[in-house]
Design a protein around this ligand. Structure first.
Ligand SMILES: O=C(CO)COP(=O)(O)O
Length: 257
């Protein structure tokens, strides 16, 4: 019953709304040239993604064609319908046609600022999956408390997500305790490992046949993965990956750990 497929490590970043158009281009160029200096064998066992803003997406996909190893491009959000009268929204079907490989849904900033709830996040997760992309779904407790309370809060989020996708579909969960996002340092490793172990033990996760990778996000950067490698499949970076050199360093650490 438990996940039969070995899980490849996965590491990536979101630029959120931090970058100008030009900075995203420069970041991607610089990233590609620095990546060429990393031994290819090291990179062959992991998956890497970059999630720029919507306007940069197609350009980033084109730029990444010259990368020495395949790099996935992701989107920061999408609508739950494929088409229709939804002014201002972005269709998951269009994202898929553009070459997007994974779509982030349910980030804490979308939940808090834009009022996205679990039902909406579940519908978006389903939309990403049925359009042939991988949902990268953000979960996490809002306030810093004990592990049981955190797992309890995550359970509601995770159960909603898993009930919306096919059992065999691939899902990536990004465990991002809300209080550790935009902070000066990540959540403590014991807390993260214990909560993620609780998440992996949930019925809705452990009985799936599809691959479920779990990443940590929230002030993640170089030096962190070594402490989390026993329980996490990788990292999801924000600010501390926005310098291409730091991003590459983190990728190398995830690949080597
Ligand atoms: O929210 C995050 C990734 O989705 C993390 O952002 P920071 O690493 O900047 O805290």
């Amino acid at each position: 019953m438990s996940n039969p497929t070995p899980r490849r490590r996965l590491v990536g970043l979101s630029t959120k709304m931090y970058f100008s158009l030009q900075r995203t281009r420069d970041f991607t160029d610089s990233f590609i040239s620095k990546l060429a200096a990393v031994p290819q064998e090291l990179l062959s066992n992991i998956d890497i993604f970059i999630i720029p803003d919507f306007i940069s997406l197609t350009n980033t996909i084109a730029q990444l064609e010259s990368s020495p190893v395949p790099i996935w491009t992701g989107a920061q959000d999408c609508h739950w319908e494929d088409q229709g009268a939804f002014t201002g929204e972005v269709s998951p079907s269009v994202l898929s046609s553009a070459g997007v490989k994974l779509v982030e849904v349910g980030h804490a900033e979308r939940r808090r600022i834009f009022g996205e709830d679990d039902a909406m996040v579940a519908k978006k997760t389903a939309a990403v999956s049925r359009n042939g992309m991988i949902p990268l779904v953000c979960i996490g407790e809002r306030t810093h408390g004990d592990v049981y309370a955190a797992v309890d809060e995550c359970r509601v989020q995770v159960d909603a997500i898993m009930s919306s996708v096919a059992d065999e579909a691939e899902v990536v969960l990004a465990y991002e305790p809300v209080w550790a996002i935009g902070a000066s340092q990540p959540a403590g490793e014991k807390h993260v490992l214990d909560v993620v172990s609780g998440i992996r033990g949930l019925d809705s996760v452990k009985t799936r046949t599809g691959t479920t990778r779990v990443l940590y996000g929230g002030s993640a950067g170089p030096g962190l993965y070594e402490k989390l490698k026993s329980g996490l499949d990788g990292l999801f970076l924000g600010r501390f990956g926005h310098d291409p050199q730091q991003f590459i360093k983190t990728i190398q650490e995830v690949a080597e750990a």
